[in-house]
Design a protein around this ligand. Structure first.
Ligand code: PLP
Length: 379
């Protein structure tokens, strides 16, 4: 194909990544942990106004797993999880031998539905088990209904694991996503707001929790010269090489957020006149999305051969990547045995939802090609 491929979400480099990686190599800090890791954590802590303690890990998935461990989730416990999300939100529940309880979305933000959440908690308590934690997700950068969800969590005294893997740079009522829950999770996977190639972070409220997270992430080694272990540990610490990339990436974080929000304005003006599709936008001024990915719902029209999949194929024909919404967890074969609360909102979003190219690198030329496909498809 003559046209170069437009990807869904490519990372943008600052040029500093190589310097920090080079330094790590030259000083033989080629291991997990090290000066780049400390500096990366400090950089993130500064970004969050030094409100939180940040533990850098080798993935967002590890961060969710450690969050469950820090909250004392054990085999046989139940953990509530937003159904419409990436599988990494839910998998660690099973690593702990706990049971996921999936909850539907509401249609304003696509995130966990307050009504379904309250119903799920009530019913699980009635059945004899109070859920140990709630995993709520800011999907595609869109904040969930923080006030409603957190007041339900507070009422039943259930801690929140805030999955902000896609929401670095988003905020709710002026407060950064990632800092709102009992524990917060970030991801620096290849296509997230910033990348360390692979990486993640856990945000907590105290130095004690940060040190505990590091303890578990480095094989639960007791403070002895011989390696003494009283608990099962994990190899979850971020590598000093990856953190070097992260330090370079911190320099473009603000620029990436600005760029992604500009991409949103491009889509907003494009879809203003298109009735057959609906662009996801923040429901209220309290919500600020980084618009990590711009998402639309395509109204199915069999006569005009319009569907989410038809649009995806039209993009593909033009060598442009787009992607269906995450398939809800309660519809996944691997999770089919677990309880689900709600109606069919998540299912409906999955059927109609498409993620559009939204990278921090999108050029004017890319936008023109994207526009051409969309205008032609909906004409
Ligand atoms: C990317 C992602 C994660 C996990 O992050 P990794 O760093 O890939 O392990 C968790 N939750 C959501 C919603 C994500 O998009």
């Amino acid at each position: 194909m003559a046209n170069k491929r437009i990807f869904l979400s490519l990372s943008q480099q600052s040029g500093w990544e190589q310097e920090y990686v080079q330094q790590a190599l030259e000083t033989h800090w080629i291991t997990s942990g090290g000066p780049n890791v400390d500096a990366f954590e400090e950089g993130l802590e500064n970004y969050f106004g030094n409100e939180k303690f940040v533990t850098a890990l080798n993935s967002g998935t590890s961060a969710i797993h450690l969050a469950l461990i820090l909250l004392g989730v054990k085999a046989g416990d139940e953990v509530i999880c937003q159904s419409l999300t990436f599988s990494a939100s839910a998998n660690p529940i099973l690593y702990q031998g706990a049971t996921p309880v999936f909850v539907d979305s509401e249609s304003d933000t696509g995130n966990i539905c307050p009504t379904a959440l309250a119903a799920a908690i009530e019913d699980r308590i009635a059945k004899g088990k109070k859920p140990k934690a709630i995993i709520a997700v800011h999907l595609y950068g869109m904040p969930y209904k923080v006030q409603e969800i957190h007041s339900i969590a507070a009422k039943y005294e259930i801690p929140i694991i805030e999955d902000a893997a896609e929401a670095l740079g988003s905020s709710y009522k002026g407060r950064s996503c990632g800092t709102l829950g009992t524990l917060g999770v970030l991801s620096f996977n290849g296509n997230k707001m910033i990348t360390t190639s692979a990486g993640g972070a856990l945000l907590s409220d105290s130095k004690v929790l940060k040190e505990k997270a590091i303890f578990y992430a480095t094989q639960s080694r007791e403070a002895t010269v011989h390696y003494e272990h009283r608990q099962i540990g994990y190899n979850y610490r971020m590598s000093n090489i990856c953190a070097g990339i992260g330090l370079g990436q911190l320099k473009v974080l603000d620029a990436n957020i600005t760029k992604r929000r500009e991409n949103h304005l491009f889509y907003k003006s494009l879809f203003e006149t298109i009735e057959a599709a609906e662009l996801f936008e923040v429901p209220h001024a309290d919500f600020i999305s980084n618009y990590w990915l711009n998402t639309i719902l395509v109204k199915t029209n069999t006569e005009k051969k319009r569907s989410r999949e038809a649009l995806r194929l039209a993009f593909e024909k033009a060598n442009i990547e787009s992607r269906p919404f995450w398939k809800p967890m309660h519809l996944q074969p691997v999770f089919s045995d677990y309880p689900y609360y709600g109606k069919k909102v998540a299912e409906d979003l999955f059927e109609k939802g498409l993620c559009l190219p939204s990278g921090s690198h999108l050029t004017e030329e890319d936008k023109n090609r994207i526009k051409e496909v969309i205008v032609d498809f909906f004409k």
